[in-house]
Structures are given as C-alpha cells and as structure tokens.
Write a protein of this length. Sequence first.
Length: 145
Amino acid sequence: MQINGERLIRLPQEDSKENYLAGFWRWVEILAAADYGRAAEALYWARGPAWTPAALEKAVTTFFGGEEPWSVVVPNARLVGAINDAAQCDAGRSEGGGWFMAQIPLTTAPSDPKSDQIPLMGLATSFFVRPHEGAYVLELEIFHA
C-alpha cells in the first residue's frame, strides 16, 4: 500500500462545500467498487495509515451490524442531492483547507442502487481537508455513531 502518494484524491485548492463533496464522492465511488486498498490510498494519512484495507472495509460494512451484509453504493441523483444538502462544512480556515462531514450511503440491498426505494443508511464520516503538494487532500477524521 502506497501512502500519501500518486493515488491520493487531489482537489483544487478551493474552499467550498462543492469542492470538498467532489472529493468525497470520488472516495465513495471507490468504496462502492469494494476497492478498500485503493480507498485507503486515496486518503491522506498524517501519521501513517490508521486503517488497513481490511480494517477499513470492516469498519464501514459492519458499522450498523445486523444479519445482512452492508454495501456502499452511489444512489440516484435525488438521494445524492439529499446527502449533499445534509453535509456539514467548515471551509476556508486560516491555514488553508477545512473540515466537512457527509454520509456514506450504505444498503443491504445493493442490486439496484439508483432506485428511490433502496433502503439506505448514512454512515456519517468527517474529514479534514488539508493542503498537500499544491492540492487539497482528504484526511479521514472519524466515523460518527
């Protein structure tokens, strides 16, 4: 696993909720492809990786428990809009970058993720947005209960 290298999600150094969410949705797409190695490499780690790919997968897919497995999905545009509207953002800190929180969409019925009827749970996840090598990068803060 390559940390803080070429596979980081890099964003323009623009402080806005929309910019931060663009990086978040790129990360969600990687999670939805169940590529947890790539998902770990896509994030910035200030003190080395806090999560191995297997631990990251377990943390995300078992957060809500239950008998059926949970899967990350990219839902339809209406539901993406609802997630975006609910996201919280503190952009434009004096040192550059900011903080935001959005909900990773999870379901136990991933066969039709674009359906309005899909049962979704949102795993609230917060990030620091940090300047790094001329871009902004996402640093995972915490999954929220």
